[in-house]
Write a protein that binds this ligand. Structure first.
Ligand SMILES: Cc1cc2nc3c(=O)[nH]c(=O)nc-3n(C[C@H](O)[C@H](O)[C@H](O)COP(=O)(O)OP(=O)(O)OC[C@H]3O[C@@H](n4cnc5c(N)ncnc54)[C@H](O)[C@@H]3O)c2cc1C
Length: 381
């Protein structure tokens, strides 16, 4: 077992870290305060190849091994969980699904532009009544000649209002009494596709999350991703890999929380000593570092297994479960070390504490990850 990153992986990680520190860190706080989408930053990320990291060169991408991609997400999340999730949805769920399930026409049409950052992608599975129970879909796609007519409401779509193209999961065959989920690529501006509302969230303020309505929204048959009835498989495959991305997001944020806690403890004094001298706080920092490293190893292992083409459903769920729960504990302890100042928006840890809360909810809650892990365990035994 080799725990060393390759030279290329280290170079890539350092490149993204450098970019994140110079180009994202100084700007993202203001954007978060204004709830503004980081458009310029996403454009710059396209220039350095980050938006095409899951896209092979023949489709204009900069595809790397999967662990390198995960390292890049971790570095983005170390300075901004918001930027990380926008990239993760675009790279893993949008580009990844088209690459795996798309026709040549779809790959040629969407992937080169997505890799260059000319279009941003989103992925919409959730509905108001279908979150954890993801296949309880109500949105219908009815075939009409060379088109499908989509009607329904999609909820909680990351980048939903910003995206130039979305993969939307909807039911086909409802009219025959045997409905099955299918996936469609829907372009922004398609008549009938509307942003009904942007959610007012606790965190990730620069990542707008949209509720979308589809009213007689006509999508050409050539925009159906794979065959009718493949929607569940497409969603599950996308989620397997993107859950490793969310684990990387949790690891990156946790790394930042550790760095902030250590720096603050060395600077602030109480009872004539630096906070770092109190064993109670040293123990918190030791726990943070241990949780962080354990989560990082689970995440890298899942990434490495995916790269080797292994089934990673259980490993991705474990990495996502552990790191997202750990990030919440870590953000809590790191904020505690900051005392009252940690509760102030003046200190970065306040944002990390809010942003961490989503990790154990989206792309499958912690309870759902446990179900996935347990099901696999019982099947394997
Ligand atoms: C900021 C944000 C961004 C998002 N981005 C996207 C996106 O881009 N695309 C997309 O499709 N979706 C997205 N989502 C949706 C997200 O994946 C869902 O919110 C999530 O899967 C949970 O679904 P729900 O909110 O309906 O909760 P529910 O399913 O209603 O769950 C409520 C509670 O019940 C528990 N529960 C439910 N079923 C079970 C069970 N069988 N056993 C035990 N406990 C259970 C859950 O764990 C949870 O604690 C996003 C959500 C948020 C908040």
């Amino acid at each position: 077992m080799n725990f060393e990153l390759s030279e290329d992986q280290v170079m890539l990680r350092d490149l993204v870290r450098d970019f994140a520190e110079k180009e994202i860190a100084p700007k993202i706080g203001t954007l978060e305060d204004k709830h503004e989408f980081p458009k310029a930053i996403i454009g710059q990320l396209a220039e350095i190849g980050v938006l095409g990291m899951t896209v092979p060169p023949e489709f204009g991408g900069s595809r790397t091994d999967f662990l390198s991609y995960i390292l890049a997400l971790e570095e983005l999340a170390r300075v901004s969980a918001t930027v990380c999730v926008i990239v993760s949805v675009h790279d893993s769920l949008f580009c990844g699904s088209i690459l795996k399930f798309g026709s040549d026409f779809q790959k040629q049409k969407y992937l080169p532009r997505a890799a260059r950052g000319e279009i941003l992608g989103a992925f919409s599975l959730t509905e108001p009544g279908a979150g954890s129970d993801a296949m309880n879909l109500k949105t219908k796609a009815v075939r009409s000649g060379d088109e499908y007519v989509l009607n329904g409401t999609k909820a909680w779509v990351t980048s939903g209002g910003e995206a130039d193209a979305l993969i939307i999961i909807a039911l086909t065959g409802a009219e025959t009494g045997a409905p099955k989920a299918s996936a469609f690529i829907v372009d922004k501006g398609t008549p009938g596709l509307k942003v009904a509302r942007i959610e007012d969230k606790m965190g990730l303020h620069s990542s707008p999350t949209a509720m979308l309505t589809l009213e007689d929204c006509r999508v050409p048959v050539q925009n159906r991703l794979a065959d009718e009835g493949r929607g569940a498989a497409i969603a599950l495959a996308g989620l397997d890999s993107s859950r490793i991305g969310i684990a990387a997001q949790a690891v990156g944020l946790s790394q930042q929380a550790l760095e902030l806690a250590v720096a603050y403890s060395k600077q602030r004094e109480a009872f004539g000593k630096k906070l770092a001298e109190f064993q109670a706080l040293q123990f918190m920092m030791a726990d943070i570092a241990t949780l962080l490293e354990a989560g990082r190893l689970l995440t890298y292992r899942a990434a490495e297994l995916l790269e080797r083409g292994k089934s990673i459903t259980k490993e991705a769920a474990m990495a996502k479960l552990f790191t997202s729960e750990a990030a919440n504990k870590i953000a809590y302890m790191a904020l505690q070390i900051h005392g009252g100042y940690g509760y102030s928006k003046e200190y970065l840890i306040e944002r990390l504490y809010r942003d961490a809360r989503i990790f154990s909810i989206y792309e499958g809650t912690s309870e759902i990850q446990r179900l996935v892990i347990a099901r696999k365990l019982l099947k394997e035994s």
